[in-house]
Design a protein. Structure first.
Length: 325
């Protein structure tokens, strides 16, 4: 639902003040709807097909591992979320790195106290980008609400309180989100007393701040492994799991990075978990993030990211799959 203050759609003015800008007067709304419905069936990515390089071992602003990434599909930029150097896991401090599609670093934005960075969205906003990202980190470092943040280079922003941000699901205690730019939808992964659940909204719900009833809402199926990211394409959710391997001086193996697709109309696994060997020769190959993008030529791609490189000099590596069935 819309907040009664009628919060405007453009948010660039919120961070003109620079570091430590306050969210006290934002007037962001709180909604409360859950439902179960259906979306039109679409093609899905065949997870058994080979992966291709976007780039490998690219520098980011900080030295710590990436957590996730998102594409601004209109302005042609990539945003990579990394952990802040000098912060603990519980602090929820993130560094958002703006990069081009070749992986060249452009600028950064620091978000203090926002969350873990498992997933976020980068929505085109004219010539700028609006990040939809978790905020108001709890004591474990996970965001308890969602906030729209206009990306502004080389600034620092403190998190709004959960009460001053968006909480679309009644009773949810943690939130993250990811965008499907092809089918114009947003997927939200949230936590309840019954575990993790998934809700899917039209993208317009986030653009207008009028959430209403989600298109689908279901309990996330049990998928083994360490969760490292998720994305949405049409009627399928994609889920990434795995751990870092190997460290320098140890043999290169297959690792345990798996991708699983889930039918969002039934809430059941469609394919997988499927082992991926993308970037198999990289050391400290830790799966971190999924995202969807469609090229100007019309090719839909499912991107998967890895934090790579040496301790104290972690790098970003991103690959993609492009076969639909």
């Amino acid at each position: 639902m819309n907040h009664p203050s009628g919060f405007p759609l453009s948010r660039r003015s919120l961070i003109r003040a620079g570091a430590g800008a306050s969210f006290a007067a934002l007037g962001l709304g709180i909604g409360a709807q859950t439902a179960s419905a259906s979306v039109a069936t679409t093609k899905r990515f065949d997870l058994t097909q080979p992966s291709h390089d976007l780039f490998r071992s690219k520098d980011t602003h900080g030295a710590r591992v990436q957590q996730s990434f998102a594409f601004d599909w209109a302005n042609k930029f990539l945003f990579v979320a990394t952990k802040r150097s000098g912060s603990t896991e519980a602090d929820g401090d993130l560094c958002i790195n703006k990069m081009d599609f070749d992986g060249n670093y452009i600028s950064y934005m620091h978000l203090n106290g926002f969350g873990h960075g498992v997933a976020f969205a980068a929505l085109p906003d004219g010539s700028g980008t609006e990040l939809w990202i978790e905020c108001a980190a709890n004591t474990k470092g996970f965001g308890t609400a969602l906030a729209p943040i206009p990306y502004t280079a080389n600034t620092t922003l403190g998190s709004p309180a959960a009460s001053a941000a968006y909480q679309p699901i009644a009773g949810a205690t943690e939130y993250t989100c990811s965008v499907d730019p092809v089918h114009q939808r947003m997927i939200v992964r949230y936590h309840t007393g019954d575990g993790k659940r998934i809700a899917v909204y039209p993208l317009s719900a986030f653009q207008t701040r009028n959430f209403g009833t989600p298109l689908v809402d279901f309990k996330q199926p049990a998928i083994p492994g360490t969760p490292q990211g998720y994305a949405l394409y049409g009627s399928y959710m994609y889920y990434l799991t795995g751990d870092a391997y190997p460290e320098p001086g140890t043999p290169v193996g297959d690792g345990n990075t798996y991708i699983t697709s889930v039918d969002i109309n039934t809430g059941t696994v469609k394919q997988g978990p499927v082992l991926t060997k993308a970037g198999s020769t990289l050391h400290h190959r830790e799966p971190e993030g999924l995202a969807v993008y469609r090229t100007d030529a019309g090719e839909s791609r499912l991107f998967l990211g890895f934090a790579t490189g040496l301790e104290g000099d972690r790098r970003s590596s991103i690959f993609y799959k492009n076969v639909l069935v």
